[in-house]
Design a protein around this ligand. Structure first.
Ligand SMILES: [Zn+2]
Length: 448
C-alpha cells in the first residue's frame, strides 16, 4: 500500500475508531523530546501523583498498601512513590484481579504478555495507554526516517490459531506491514521471503535479532543482494543485539540498525538514537535505578518502571528484571530524554549452579563470540541447563565443523565457570524457538 494512503486513509481512521489519540500524542511527543531533563521531571511528578491517587482509590491492591502505610489515597503525591513496594512479575500473577482498576477510564483491551518466561500475565490497558505506547514508538521510528504508514517487513511470530491469524492479518494490513514467520523456516522459506521482499519494496525491517541475522547470513551465502531491497532502516527488538550481529545486518542490508527495548507490560521503554544512545520514553514511563553490578558491568543498575499512562492496571515500581548502564553525560543528539549506554539480561535468562553462582546471558554470548573469533564454525548456539551443574550447548554448525570444535568450546565454558558447569555439545539442525517466535539464548532448569 502507498505509505501516504496507509497513513491517512487506513491507520489514522483506525486510531480514531478505536479512540486512540496516537497522532495528537505523536505531535506532542515530537516537541517534548527536546524538553530539558528538569521539564520532564516536573511533568513526570504530576503524572506520578495522578497515578498514585488513582491506584490507591481504585484498586484493591494499592488501597491495601496505602492503608498499611497510613497514607491517605486522596493526598498522595510523587514524594510518596518510594513508600510503595517494588512490584514483580510474580505479583502480577498472584494479585492480578486486585491490581485491576474498578474504574478504568473508557474502553480497555487485554494484553497477554510474557508467555515465554513461563509466567504468562494478562493486563488491561486503557486506550490512552495503548495510544501513548504507539506515539512514543512512532516518535522514535522517525529518528530512523520511518513514518506511520511506511511499508514494514516484519520478522516475527505468526499466531497458530486460525482466529488469531485472521486478526493479525487485519492488524498487519492496517499498519501496512508484511509478516515473515520467525517460527520455522528452512532455506526454501528464506528464499521465498527474499523474492517477496523484492516485489514489495518495504521501507524498513523490524524483528528478532536472531531471525534477521539468519536471513542476512542465508542471503550472503546464496549471493542474494539484500541491499537491492531498498530497506532504509532495520529495527531489532526482544533479543540481545551483539556488535557482531549488528555489523552483519547493517552490512547486508546496507542500512543502519537500531535497537528497541521494551516489554509487553509497559510497552516500549528505550530506543536507540542516531548517536547510539538508548533513550527512555520519559513521557510514558518513570524509571528508577537500583545498583545491581555484574562482573562485566560494575555500573549496571536494575530497572524499575512506573507506567504513567495505564490507568486500567496501574503498575507502580515494576521491577522489569533487566539491567541498564546509564550514559553519564548529555547525549549529542540534544534530546532531554534519559540516556543509557546499554540494556541487558532478562533476570530469568541465567543459569544458576548448585552453589548459587549465576551465569547471565552476557557470559554465554561472550563464550560464543570468542569461539567464533578463534575460528569455531558455529552459526547459532543455545545453552540449556539440564541439571544444577550441567548444561547442554546446542549448536547449529557451519561447514568445516568438527567434533574437536565442540569439545574445545565445552572445555572453555567449563574452565571459565571454574568447573562449576559440566558441558556437553549437541549439534542440531535448528534451535527451538519459543511460542512467540523468540529465540532464547539460555534455557534455565524450569524450561530446559
Ligand atoms: Zn541521543
Amino acid at each position: 500500500m502507498q505509505p501516504w494512503i496507509a497513513r491517512n486513509f487506513v491507520y489514522r481512521p483506525a486510531t480514531w475508531a478505536r479512540g486512540e489519540p496516537v497522532f495528537s500524542l505523536l505531535r506532542r511527543y515530537e516537541k517534548s523530546q527536546w524538553w530539558s531533563p528538569e521539564q520532564h521531571r516536573a511533568e513526570q511528578e504530576k503524572r506520578i501523583s495522578l497515578i498514585l491517587r488513582h491506584a490507591a482509590q481504585n484498586t484493591a491492591y494499592y488501597r491495601t498498601i496505602a492503608e498499611e502505610k497510613g497514607l491517605s489515597p486522596r493526598h498522595l503525591n510523587a514524594s510518596h512513590l518510594s513508600e510503595f513496594p517494588l512490584l514483580q512479575k510474580q505479583h502480577l500473577v498472584e494479585h492480578n484481579t486486585d491490581l485491576q482498576s474498578s474504574r478504568p477510564p473508557g474502553t480497555t483491551s487485554w494484553k497477554t504478555t510474557g508467555g515465554s518466561t513461563g509466567l504468562a500475565v494478562q493486563l488491561r490497558k486503557n486506550r490512552w495507554a495503548t495510544a501513548a505506547e504507539q506515539a512514543a514508538s512512532w516518535r522514535s521510528y522517525r529518528w530512523y526516517g520511518v513514518q506511520p504508514g511506511d511499508r514494514q517487513a516484519r520478522f516475527w511470530g505468526t499466531p497458530i490459531q486460525a482466529r488469531s491469524r485472521a486478526r493479525y492479518r487485519a492488524i498487519d494490513w492496517v499498519l501496512n506491514r508484511s509478516r515473515f514467520s520467525a517460527f520455522a523456516f528452512g532455506p526454501e522459506d528464506l528464499k521465498r521471503y527474499y523474492t517477496q521482499l523484492k516485489n514489495q519494496q518495504a521501507h524498513w525491517a523490524y524483528g528478532y535479532v536472531s531471525m534477521l541475522t539468519e536471513f542476512a547470513r542465508y542471503c550472503q551465502v546464496e549471493g542474494l543482494p539484500l541491499q537491492d531491497l531498498g530497506i532504509k532502516a532495520v529495527v531489532t527488538t526482544s533479543e540481545m543485539l551483539t556488535e557482531g550481529d549488528r555489523n552483519l545486518v547493517r552490512e547486508s542490508f546496507q542500512a543502519p540498525v537500531y535497537n528497541e527495548y521494551g516489554c509487553g507490560e509497559v510497552g516500549a521503554v528505550l530506543y536507540e538514537c542516531e548517536q547510539g544512545i538508548l533513550h527512555a520514553m520519559a513521557e510514558n514511563l518513570y524509571l528508577e535505578l537500583k545498583p545491581d553490578p555484574t562482573e562485566q558491568e560494575p555500573d549496571a543498575q536494575a530497572l524499575i518502571v512506573t507506567d504513567l499512562r495505564n490507568l486500567a492496571t496501574p503498575l507502580i515500581r515494576y521491577e522489569i528484571g533487566d539491567r541498564v548502564v546509564p550514559h553519564p553525560s548529555d547525549c549529542a543528539c540534544g534530546r532531554g530524554l534519559p540516556g543509557f549506554r546499554k540494556v541487558f539480561g532478562r533476570a530469568y535468562d541465567f543459569v544458576q549452579t548448585a552453589d548459587g553462582t549465576r551465569y547471565h546471558g552476557e557470559f554465554f554470548l561472550y563464550m560464543i563470540e570468542e569461539a567464533r573469533e578463534s575460528g569455531v564454525p558455529v552459526l547459532q548456539a543455545q545453552f540449556c541447563q539440564i541439571s544444577p551443574d550441567a548444561i547442554e550447548i546446542r549448536v547449529v554448525t557451519l561447514p568445516g565443523y568438527q567434533t574437536r570444535h565442540g569439545e574445545a568450546l565445552a572445555k572453555r565454558v567449563e574452565k571459565m565457570s571454574e568447573q562449576r558447569l559440566r558441558c556437553q555439545v549437541t549439534v542440531v539442525p535448528q534451535l527451538d524457538r519459543e511460542r512467540s517466535g523468540k529465540l532464547r539464548l539460555i534455557r534455565g532448569l524450569s524450561r530446559a
